[in-house]
Design a protein around this ligand. Structure first.
Ligand SMILES: *[C@@H]1O[C@H](CO)[C@@H](O)[C@H](O)[C@H]1NC(C)=O
Ligand SMILES: *[C@@H]1O[C@H](CO)[C@@H](O)[C@H](O)[C@H]1NC(C)=O
Ligand SMILES: *[C@@H]1O[C@H](CO)[C@@H](O)[C@H](O)[C@H]1NC(C)=O
Ligand SMILES: *[C@@H]1O[C@H](CO)[C@@H](O)[C@H](O)[C@H]1NC(C)=O
Ligand SMILES: *[C@@H]1O[C@H](CO)[C@@H](O)[C@H](O)[C@H]1NC(C)=O
Length: 169
């Protein structure tokens, strides 16, 4: 029966791995309700409250007659230098940007607005779905996946445990 128990948990672990392996891309509204503006938004504080994962999107909502969005490098970000930018994100004022890799991205608005706080640094990280630990249940090793902030995974494990009790493995 011990082998059955191991096989059972192997199956549960496989289901867990396939259901939590991916992540829906998230759209981050830069600046929250206030959007991309020079009116007293601290974008450093805004970004501190978010976690940016590879594949997520930034949404810049702004008045295109005044502001724009340029992707720049770190030095240009620090110095508010709008010359020689990497990419012009500006289109209609409801513009998105795909965070395609795990690195620091820098944005600013030209026209002097960067000096009024319109600068944004975004630290993009790789999404790590789960960390696995081997636990012991009645002497048989049990593969258990633990994820912070994934209640569905915990439910799945509880479901597995209950079912295992019922079937009396
Ligand atoms: C924005 O917030 C950060 C972190 O709290 C702080 O270090 C920085 O001085 C603030 N910037 C402005 C322009 O107030
Ligand atoms: C960060 O999030 C908390 C909780 O949602 C909120 O109370 C706080 O105002 C946020 N801070 C900023 C700078 O957005
Ligand atoms: C956005 O980035 C993700 C991750 O690199 C990629 O899978 C996806 O195809 C990109 N989407 C577009 C529309 O470029
Ligand atoms: C950053 O961009 C500016 C403007 O194009 C350029 O002068 C500078 O050499 C760049 N710095 C780095 C470290 O690439
Ligand atoms: C960025 O692109 C927009 C739309 O194509 C254009 O109107 C604007 O002049 C560009 N800004 C810069 C600084 O190149």
């Amino acid at each position: 029966m011990r082998w059955n128990g191991v096989m059972w948990w192997f199956m549960v672990a496989a289901v867990v791995a396939t259901t939590t392996g991916g992540k829906e891309p998230e759209l981050h509204r830069v600046g929250g309700k206030r959007g991309w503006t020079d009116q007293n938004v601290n974008y450093t504080e805004w970004a501190m409250n978010q976690t940016f994962y590879v594949g997520d999107w930034l949404y810049f909502g702004f008045d295109k007659r005044k502001y724009n969005v340029l992707e720049v490098n770190q030095t240009s970000y620090q110095q508010c230098n709008d010359k020689g930018f990497i990419k012009n994100i500006t289109r209609g004022g409801r513009d998105v940007y795909n965070l395609t890799e795990a690195k620091l991205f820098y944005f600013l608005s030209s026209g002097g607005y960067c000096f009024h706080g319109m600068k944004l640094a975004v630290d993009v990280v790789e999404f790590v779905p789960s960390s696995e630990t081997v636990l012991y249940d009645n002497g048989s090793p049990v593969l258990m996946a633990a994820t912070i902030g994934k209640p569905s995974l915990l439910h799945l494990i509880c479901f597995g445990l209950t079912l295992r009790r019922i079937l009396n493995y």
